[in-house]
Ligand binder design. Structure first.
Ligand code: MN
Length: 480
């Protein structure tokens, strides 16, 4: 029988836990404590149980903790786990222990929300309902298995490729799209399927250019006739036809809220902050070891799509980043982010700052005639940093043919894509996702206007006023 009355025992062999009650739950806890090399002892009223415990090499004492004499005879460690099957006894024990030992930590077993509340009122630091914990564990485990089956299904779909796989990203691809594409290429390679990455548009944003160069990403301009030689087509960070080519696909991996996504062999759409997060979880589920450049690219992709975890960030984005972070190359990460700002972009941001009109938390700016539409998005992101601004809309006239609009919001209540659709659907096309949106209006609608100044004036009427009206701030004063 264990009795800690000898002061010499105090020190490194000090008992850490006392488990009161040795039923099936208490038994499971003791095993777990033993597995973790914790020092503990058990008290139970039942002598025969104590014998069993001793057979299992646990330190144990028979006795009733509610009896004053018995309680005085033992030394109580800092943490007590009260888990008898009699919940009213647990309440009484908790109350008594708390009275004598105000500073110890007490965990107690409850049977439902009412007894949990009662136990916590009587002094338990935390009362647990075992059934609830089991249910949560089962649910989490099911989710994990379901996710692992996604990864397996993706692999099976890729494996059916006989020739090569085409990986298609959205137009003017960004770090999220590109990092996801190289990860899918890596996954395919793991099952001996070769692939090429295709894009449309341009890679104008300096950050995206340095991303492609530093990571040595091999990209091909899409030509819809070439795509015929690829027997598997995968879309990442987009779905067919949404700012990307409308071609047949076998695989779709995206994080955007898309309506009516066509059913195909493999579709995985999670409402995460980035596709890179989805790719990271797939890689984890497949137990693949990524090369450092891809790890770094994915981490960069997550950070840039979530604006450093400030936009549409979900727990899945954080766990993906936590997995990648220690494996990434921080020098490479710095090199990508410190890419130079081109003078063109700097001038456009300058123009956007000068011409800004703010009503409430909405800011609109017209940057006039420009050549690089990526700068619009950069200006929209930049002005979002202005104090009191939650939504920005920047527009410019490109190639003398179309007005391009780029909008950003950090207000989760606003679906900026819908706002642009409402405001500009009568003139051109618009769409968006996750706090980012774009629209294009052909200048044909102002075909009778020839000089640049009138064009800018007219576009101001059509865009600035229309936007403020749609978001309901038209009557507010302009902020200075
Ligand atoms: Mn994305």
């Amino acid at each position: 029988m264990l009795k800690i009355t000898d002061e010499e025992d105090v020190g490194k062999n000090e008992i850490e836990y006392l488990v009161i009650g040795y039923g099936s739950f208490g038994n499971a806890i003791c095993k777990e404590l033993k597995n973790n090399n914790a020092k503990f002892f058990v008290i139970d009223k039942n002598e025969s149980k104590i014998e069993t415990l001793k057979d299992e090499n646990f330190d144990a004492i028979a006795g009733d903790i509610l009896g004053d004499e018995f309680l005085k005879s033992i030394r109580i460690p800092d943490v007590v786990i009260v888990v008898t099957s009699d919940i009213s006894a647990n309440i009484a024990i908790t109350e008594k222990l708390r009275k004598f030992y105000p500073n110890i930590i007490i965990f107690a077993r409850a049977s439902n929300d009412a007894t949990k509340e009662e136990l916590e009122k009587k002094g338990a630091n935390n009362a647990i309902i075992p059934q609830k914990i089991v249910a949560k564990f089962v649910y989490d485990e099911l989710k994990r298995l379901e996710k692992a089956s996604h990864a397996k299904k993706l692999l099976e779909t890729i494996k059916r490729t006989k020739n090569r796989m085409a990986i298609v990203v959205h137009d003017n691809p960004d770090p999220d799209a590109l990092s996801s594409a190289i990860t899918l290429k890596f996954i395919a390679k793991s099952v001996s399927v070769d692939s090429d990455i295709f894009y449309r548009g341009n890679i104008g944003h300096q950050e995206n250019r340095s991303f492609v160069n530093l990571l040595d990403i091999d990209l091909k301009k899409i030509d819809e006739s070439i795509i015929d030689i690829y027997d598997t087509v995968a879309f990442v960070d987009t779905v067919p036809g949404s700012n990307s080519p409308t071609i047949k696909s076998n695989i779709i991996i995206d994080h955007h809220q898309e309506e009516n996504v066509l059913k195909t062999d493999f579709v995985l759409i999670e409402q995460y902050g980035s596709t890179a997060s989805i790719m990271t979880h797939l890689v984890q589920d497949l137990d693949l070891k990524l090369p450092t450049e891809i790890v770094t690219a994915l981490l960069y992709g997550i950070r840039s799509d979530t604006l450093d975890f400030t936009r549409n960030t979900t727990p899945a984005d954080l766990t993906a980043a936590a997995y990648l972070y220690p494996l990434a190359n921080s020098d490479l990460l710095k090199q990508i982010s410190s890419s130079v700002l081109s003078t063109t972009t700097l001038n456009i941001i300058g123009e956007a700052i000068r011409n800004r009109v703010q009503k409430g938390s909405y800011l609109v700016s017209n940057v006039g005639f420009i050549r690089d539409r990526d700068s619009l998005a950069q200006a929209a992101d930049f002005l979002l940093k202005l104090e009191g601004v939650t939504t920005t809309l920047i527009y410019g006239i490109i190639d003398g043919e179309s007005i391009y609009i780029s909008a950003r919001t950090k207000d989760v209540r606003i679906n900026i894509g819908d706002v642009l659709k409402d405001a500009f659907k009568d003139f051109g096309s618009a769409g968006g996702r996750n706090g980012m949106a774009a629209a294009q209006i052909p200048l044909g609608v102002f075909s009778n206007v020839n000089d640049k100044d009138s064009l800018i004036k007219l576009s101001e009427e059509a865009i600035t006023k229309n936007f403020f009206k749609i978001v309901g701030v038209e009557d507010l004063d302009v902020e200075r």
